[in-house]
Design a protein around this ligand. Structure first.
Ligand code: PLP
Length: 379
């Protein structure tokens, strides 16, 4: 699968610019692993786990095969299973709810706050039942969900909070890094994420020793020692070669995230006048007071999304739609019985969001060109 589209003069995402500068160091690290022949759960995975735990401010981190598995194994480690309900947002990547269903539980959706596109905490309590076991807030596009009201409800009703922080490594909520706010935090190292590997990878962070221990067991088919199985897990380990790539990149993450914020500020500055002029026709992203937003995506909302997208494409600018169909309307979840109209804010977002080019190596001139092209569309 090719994750980067190079047919545009300004692609929505580009990996080669970042990798060029790091190639030598990464290849050196990979050569060492090849020479040693230690490919599974070696030193790099162990050290990266320590580095990510320290970065997030949690006691533990456990490397797994993907962000999807980080969610799935966190749910299992929290004891979620058949008969349980887990509350989450319908406006996210499929894996969030897919993990709940894979654990045998039922996803229960709650509409989003149209300003942030994240789960609306004011709508969570009405969905809590005797079967509810956990809540999965998603920090979509790198903006933290409003966690305090969710944590209060979770404490009141005895629910686990598992953060889907796949798009949000480095994001902070009221000064605290996400992933460390609930019982467990889940990260993805898919190549296009803010810290991207050369393939799939993920991590669970937690300060709960039992959750950490269970995820460690679950990722090796529940075996301890080898061939003696205590839990029904799966094979889901962070690859040693990927961990080595990630360790070279991690020291650059904060700088890259700062550059994303700078690009977002520049887009905001350049697009404010057109947004003011066209009113509801164009909404720019905002960062709430509690947010240190790392702009995994710079996403705008417009009812004229496909026209704008086509116009940008004609002018050599790539864009992306995350995500075109909310999860409650996905064919695979039809048995859950949701209908079109159940979650108006999520449905409007799915119809209207468009992500502009965003990656740290984007130049100021490119940002300027993208903004000028968006402005020209409404001229
Ligand atoms: C990317 C992503 C995931 C899944 O991560 P993978 O590593 O691709 O399995 C889960 N949730 C969200 C919100 C994501 O963006």
């Amino acid at each position: 699968m090719k994750v980067v589209d190079q047919k545009y003069a300004i692609p929505s995402f580009n990996l080669t610019r970042q990798n060029e500068g790091l190639a030598e160091k990464i290849l050196g690290s990979l050569s060492k692993i090849i020479a040693q022949g230690s490919f599974i759960l070696g030193e790099n995975v162990k050290i990266l786990e320590e580095e990510i735990a320290a970065y997030c401010g949690t006691r533990f981190a456990v490397g797994v095969a993907s962000g999807s598995d980080a969610l799935y194994l966190s749910l299992l480690a929290c004891g979620v299973g058949p008969g349980d309900e887990v509350i989450t947002t319908p406006f996210t990547f499929f894996a969030t709810a897919g993990a709940i269903a894979r654990a045998g539980a039922t996803p229960v959706f709650v509409d989003i706050d149209p300003e942030t596109w994240n789960i609306d905490p004011a709508r969570v309590e009405e969905k809590i039942t005797a079967r509810t076991r956990a809540v999965i807030p998603v920090h979509l596009y790198g903006c933290p969900a409003d966690m305090d009201p969710i944590l209060v409800l979770a404490a009141k009703h005895g629910l686990k909070v598992i953060e889907d922080a796949a798009q949000a490594l480095g994001t902070a909520y009221k000064g605290k890094r996400v992933g460390a706010l609930g019982e467990a935090g889940c990260f993805s190292f898919f190549p296009t994420k803010n810290l991207g590997a050369f393939g799939d990878g993920g991590m669970v962070v937690t300060s709960d020793p039992e959750i950490a221990d269970r995820v460690r067991l679950l990722r090796v088919h529940g075996a301890r020692p080898k061939y003696y199985h205590h839990l029904l897990g799966c094979n889901s380990r962070l690859d040693e070669l990927q961990a080595a790539v990630l360790r070279v990149k991690l020291p650059h993450l904060d700088g890259w995230n700062q550059r994303r914020r700078e690009i977002a500020a520049r887009y905001g500055h350049l697009l404010q006048s057109v947004a003011d002029a066209v009113g509801d026709d164009l909404r720019l992203p905002t960062a709430p007071d509690y947010a240190y937003h790392v702009y995994h995506q710079y996403t705008v909302q417009t009812p004229r999304r496909y026209e704008l997208r086509a116009f940008l494409q004609e002018h050599g600018v790539g864009t992306a739609v995350y995500y075109p169909l909310p999860l409650h309307l996905q064919p695979v979840f039809a048995p859950l019985g949701y209908r079109d109209g159940d979650f108006p804010a999520a449905e409007a977002a799915a119809r209207e969001v468009l992500s502009l080019p965003m990656f740290p190596e984007l130049t100021d001139a490119e940002v300027q060109y993208v903004a000028a092209t968006v402005t020209e569309f409404w001229a």
